[in-house]
Structures are given as structure tokens and as C-alpha cells.
Write a protein that binds this ligand. Structure first.
Ligand code: NI
Length: 137
């Protein structure tokens, strides 16, 4: 099995805020991330697919096509937007990096061609914080 990864990038705004809690509790739990007037991150998105290299091309998957799929089904939906307000697959969820990684997985999974297996999503929120998601087993 060979693992192939494509890196994409996007910027987005969000806030972490639980409407069932008081402003004080939100501030206590989420700190600056609860800032009412939003804040942004430069996200780095690593998408890994897996498979056997094709005898015809030597590729697990055409990485240009992978890039186009990620851009069409994820980047276009989140880049320069507000994750809490503008992104259909994050509606009603806490906009944490954890939930965003799951949302991105679900979006990509349904648009990858048959025969291409999604292996993992690695999503950097900052250069020192990232989340990995490998689907449910
Ligand atoms: Ni944040």
C-alpha cells in the first residue's frame, strides 16, 4: 500500500462559543477563541489517499486531480469565509479544528472516485497545533 498526500491551504474565520453557556464560561474554556467578533487562522490541509500504484501510470491517483477535487469540494467552501456562518457542512457544529477535520473528511469521501481510498486528513490550525482524522472504524 502506498500513501499519497496533497497539501492545500486556506484562510478562514471562526469562533468557539457554546451558546448554552454564559459568556464567562465561554471565556474561561475557549479564551481568545471565544472572541465575539471572530478571529482567523491560516489552515494547512494535508489529504492522504492510499492504494497500489497503477501499472499504467505508476500513480496511486493523479495528484493534480486530487488537488482539483480538494479545491472544488473543500477549499471553495471555506477559503476566506466564516466557518460558523458560511460553511454548509459545519452548520450547527462547534467550529473546532477537530470537527472541521471530520467535516472535510466527509465532504471528500463522497467525491473521491471509486477505487481511491481516503486514508487521513491532517489539518494544521497553527504551525504548532494540528488534528488528524482517519475516519471511523
Ligand atoms: Ni481559533
Amino acid at each position: 500500500m502506498v500513501y499519497l498526500t496533497r497539501l492545500e491551504h486556506f484562510n478562514a474565520a471562526h469562533k468557539l462559543y457554546n451558546a448554552g453557556w454564559t459568556p464567562e464560561k465561554n471565556e474561561q474554556v475557549f479564551g481568545k477563541c471565544a472572541n465575539e467578533n471572530w478571529h482567523g487562522h491560516n489552515y494547512e490541509l494535508y489529504v492522504t489517499v492510499k492504494g497500489q500504484p497503477s501499472p499504467d501510470t505508476g500513480f496511486v491517483f493523479d495528484v493534480k486531480q486530487l488537488s482539483l477535487l480538494i479545491r472544488e469540494h473543500v477549499i471553495e467552501k471555506v477559503d476566506h469565509l466564516n466557518l460558523n456562518m458560511d460553511v454548509d457542512f459545519m452548520k450547527g457544529k462547534m467550529c473546532s479544528t477537530e470537527n472541521l477535520a471530520i467535516g472535510i473528511w466527509n465532504e471528500l469521501k463522497k467525491h473521491l472516485p471509486a477505487g481511491v481510498q481516503l486514508h487521513g486528513i491532517k489539518l494544521y490550525e497553527t504551525p504548532r497545533i494540528y488534528v488528524e482524522y482517519f475516519g471511523e472504524v
